[in-house]
Design a protein around this ligand. Structure first.
Ligand SMILES: Cc1cc2nc3c(=O)[nH]c(=O)nc-3n(C[C@H](O)[C@H](O)[C@H](O)COP(=O)(O)OP(=O)(O)OC[C@H]3O[C@@H](n4cnc5c(N)ncnc54)[C@H](O)[C@@H]3O)c2cc1C
Length: 456
């Protein structure tokens, strides 16, 4: 809450039952679930001109739907499935094995995904407000006054319930909830500007050894002083657009995602690195001789900033225990994938797999800020330690968290329950009814390229 803004002087834009701040994968699914019963007015507010957050700003593969390893299980369902189904209707997905171990990914065309998010949001009658940044919050007895800035000036929305899906926990920060900032106790994960290249001959690339060969080529190029690549691993994979690849290779470390001066330096450095990789691809990688960068991510990808202290805090020990508690609202099987500031023993990304069943449950308390009555926190800024967060941040999980927050907020209005007191048993029932997966499935998933429909 700021000392400079007087909310009484700000024009009232709207009153809603549920406000979702941030339209990333978590926020979109939160709004979709919250609106499902049709009983509540739901608003989704987003600072950029399109929904999806990281899913459309920079990426093209949902991880986390499937567990890694030789016996893959599909462990996320409900609204996240419906999103993929819409993409599937346009023929715009394929399943691809992930060579770095996060499990089979669902690859999509991110530009189409922007359309899919629009369509689903509008179909549900959600009040959709783009180009609008949440800048202040005033707690009231019956909800929150949320102040935003947009090109037309300041405005306020009065909301009975709020879901913080800003990725950076902007709402929770402004509302006075407690959080840990990345880098406080362990080094924050590095940032990445993703880039896409066109006109690649992927047959030639694969014939010459594909991804496996690429990593050794990167190492050679650096060792022999030909290209100063900042990271000698990462992903360069086929996109859902002919002859195009998408990459997660750039590595920018040591900057804060919450500070404009740091972010400026990080953006400039990320773009510089992208073109260092372009030279390397053109000069050294078979199939890329006539290839160009055709797109950089809308902004540099920030893996972690604020992590709110919730009613429950997911820890590494809990992930590694591979248990599904009676208070679980989603499942995760992704390994810890920690993009480190300083490589230890040459290890640029630290991987640690979930043992035993390979799957753990995420408790409801992880999406409820400590003591919260009227607000939830979901997606990238949920309540977890650094290492647990490094496992539970793939987009299937952020979508699943979002849908749980959306149903919980709707229920809290219907039953007059505080966020921290929502009946988890009833919430789990709603989630199961809607197709969410809360138990380990017996069935091995079909992870063939066209396998999506057989898993549905
Ligand atoms: C470089 C990188 C690579 C990754 N690779 C993968 C991958 O291949 N597959 C995978 O599954 N996961 C991957 N992840 C992880 C995953 O993408 C994220 O954890 C996940 O997308 C986060 O979703 P979210 O909705 O919580 O947050 P975000 O996607 O960050 O969404 C937050 C939204 O809130 C908006 N917002 C922020 N502040 C405000 C405000 N004050 N007012 C209004 N709007 C606001 C933002 O513009 C954004 O749209 C990657 C992450 C990064 C950074």
């Amino acid at each position: 809450m700021s000392m400079f803004i007087n909310p009484l002087h700000i024009p009232l834009y709207d009153r809603v039952d549920i406000l979702v701040a941030g339209a990333g994968s978590a926020g979109c699914c939160a709004a979709l679930a919250a609106s499902e019963s049709g009983l509540h007015s739901v608003m989704l507010l987003e600072r950029y001109g399109f929904a999806g957050g990281t899913s459309t700003q920079m990426l093209d593969t949902f991880y986390g739907f499937f567990t890694p390893g030789s016996n893959p299980r599909k462990i996320v369902g409900g609204w996240p499935d419906l999103v993929v189904d819409e993409l599937q209707k346009t023929g715009s997905i394929f399943l691809r094995p992930n060579t770095y171990g996060a499990g089979t990914g669902v690859n999509y065309n991110p530009e189409r995904l922007k359309r899919v998010w629009d369509m689903l949001i509008l179909q549900q009658g959600i009040r959709y407000l783009l180009h609008t940044t949440l800048i202040d919050v005033f707690p009231e007895n019956e909800g929150y006054t949320c102040v935003f800035w947009a090109k037309g000036g300041f405005g306020k929305v009065m909301a009975r319930r709020v879901i913080d899906a800003t990725g950076d926990a902007d709402f929770s920060h402004l509302a006075g909830f407690k959080y840990e900032t990345a880098g406080e106790s362990e080094p924050a994960q590095s940032m990445t500007t993703t880039f896409r290249m066109s006109n690649a001959d992927l047959e030639e690339y694969k014939k010459a050894g594909g991804k496996k060969k690429l990593v050794s080529q990167m190492k050679d190029a650096v060792a022999q002083g030909r290209h100063a690549l900042p990271r000698k691993e990462g992903s360069a994979h086929e996109m859902n657009a002919r002859g195009c690849i998408s990459t997660v290779t750039v590595k920018v470390a040591g900057y804060s995602g919450l500070n404009a001066a740091d972010l400026t330096r990080a953006e400039v450095e990320g773009r510089r690195q992208a073109f260092v990789y372009e030279d390397f691809f053109r000069q050294e990688v078979p199939g890329f001789g006539n290839s160009d960068i055709i797109g950089l991510s809308t902004q540099i990808g920030v893996r972690e900033t604020r992590r709110v202290y919730g009613e429950h805090r997911l820890t590494k020990a809990e992930c590694m225990a591979a248990e599904i508690g009676a208070d679980s609202i989603l499942l995760c099987g992704a390994p810890i994938e920690d993009h480190r500031l300083d490589p230890e023993n040459g290890e640029e990304t630290h991987w640690e797999y979930i043992p035993g069943s390979g799957i753990y449950g995420v408790p409801y308390g992880c999406i409820v800020p400590e003591g919260s009555v009227l607000a939830w926190v979901t997606g990238r800024c949920f309540s977890a330690t650094h290492d647990a967060h490094a496992s539970c941040r793939s987009m299937a999980q952020t979508m699943a968290m979002g849908q749980a927050a959306g149903f919980a907020a709707a229920r809290s209005l219907e039953k007059d329950e505080a966020a921290k007191d929502v009946s988890v048993a009833a919430l789990r029932e709603t989630l199961s009814d809607r197709g969410a997966v809360l138990e380990i499935p017996d069935k091995t998933a079909d992870t063939s390229r066209d396998g999506w429909l057989t898993n549905r």
